[in-house]
Write a protein that binds this ligand. Structure first.
Ligand SMILES: Nc1ncnc2c1ncn2[C@@H]1O[C@H](COP(=O)(O)OP(=O)(O)OP(=O)(O)O)[C@@H](O)[C@H]1O
Length: 331
């Protein structure tokens, strides 16, 4: 995450609640245009940054043709933080049921881009957003978009594991209870509408899907904060899965973990892509190469420079700047 995280973003409870798809009650401070006609082509202006090759970004380098359906369509996305233009005219189609990696040097706008996909940037007062992000063809920035529903469909997992200081079971049931998908507790028992059994099934299924069940099935009532970092992160993924998302956004999900825990998260991400659309920010290029189907390379200045099959990006990129970045010549 950026060094410019706001207090709102870093406050643990707010972040936890956001991840558990809490409705964003505050009115959006971001504005977004839905204009999609006459979209300009990606910038062809010459951009020279110290250490990078002087070249232009070509439209065909970011035009990724893939088989299958697009889950998210981003058009002409610009993000400003006050006077800073953090993302510049990004257009990108994200295929469903696959892993899309976002890579690039620090500060190039990866997290900003990720947060636009489920409107988490709305929480940042200084952020202004132009452009559109369509989820299954519906612009998430439409005035009548339902943020609760959006964050249920597009879940998020953060860099540092952030479970609630509650039992493992309650971490999973929190979101579905909040959304009214399961009813438990005294009142529902009294009126004979307790979903206790459904809750147990949901807890088990979510933990199994997050490859954590075998490690925690005997201690579901223990506090989640007693788990290891890697287990906590898988619990956060399980918590995200419990609300039945379609898209899972991950911001450097393994960067705080040791190699064994990282490898488990990587395997999990690959498995999740059979059912979900996963978009993952990573600083680790080997990791992007291992887990993703397609890779988008952002470079300094908030530009999307190249987007293609992961193999193509790592073995034969079109852009010299991308090649230099991947080979470690800068960034
Ligand atoms: N909340 C914020 N307020 C103001 N500026 C911000 C905020 N978040 C990010 N920025 C700025 O926007 C630009 C892009 O930041 P962002 O965090 O999206 O980049 P990043 O590629 O994810 O970086 P990193 O890899 O270091 O996490 C940076 O110049 C950053 O300083």
């Amino acid at each position: 995450m950026s060094e410019h995280q706001t207090e709102t973003e870093t406050e643990p409870d707010r972040e936890r609640a956001a991840e558990a798809t809490e409705p964003d009650a505050a009115p959006s401070t971001a504005t977004a245009t839905t204009e999609s006609a006459s979209r300009p082509e990606p910038s062809t202006e010459r951009t020279t940054v110290a250490g990078e090759t002087d070249e232009t970004t070509r439209p065909e380098w970011v035009q990724y043709d893939f088989d299958g359906e697009s889950k998210l369509s981003v058009h002409d996305l610009d993000v400003y933080y006050g006077d800073e233009h953090a993302l510049k005219g990004v257009s990108m189609e994200i295929p469903e049921e696959s892993v899309t990696a976002l890579i690039g040097p620090s500060g190039c706008g990866k997290s900003t881009y990720l947060r636009c996909l489920n409107r988490m940037n709305d929480r940042i007062k200084a952020a202004r957003i132009d452009g559109s992000v369509e989820l299954d063809g519906q612009n998430v920035y439409d005035d009548n978009a339902n943020l609760v529903e959006l964050r249920k469909r597009v879940g998020m997992v953060f860099q540092s594991p952030n479970p609630f200081p509650k039992s493992i079971r309650d971490n999973i049931s929190y979101g579905p209870r909040k959304h009214g998908d399961i009813n438990t507790g005294l009142l529902s028992r009294l009126v004979g509408r307790s979903d206790k059994e459904a809750e147990e099934k949901l807890v088990e299924r979510s933990l199994r899907d997050a490859a954590l069940w075998d490690e925690v099935s005997g201690r579901l009532d223990d506090n989640a904060l007693g788990l290891s970092g890697g287990q906590q992160q898988r619990l956060c993924i399980a918590r995200c899965l419990a609300t039945d998302p379609e898209v899972i956004l991950m911001d450097e999900p393994a960067s705080a973990l040791d190699p064994i825990a990282t490898s488990k998260i990587e395997d999990l991400i690959t498995d999740l892509a059979e059912e979900y659309t996963v978009v993952v920010v990573t600083h680790n290029m080997q990791q992007a190469a291992r887990i993703s189907d397609q890779t988008a390379v952002f470079l300094t200045g908030g530009e999307l420079v190249e987007y293609d099959d992961t193999e193509k990006i790592f073995e034969n990129p079109e852009s010299q700047r991308v090649e230099d970045y991947i080979s470690g010549k800068f960034g």
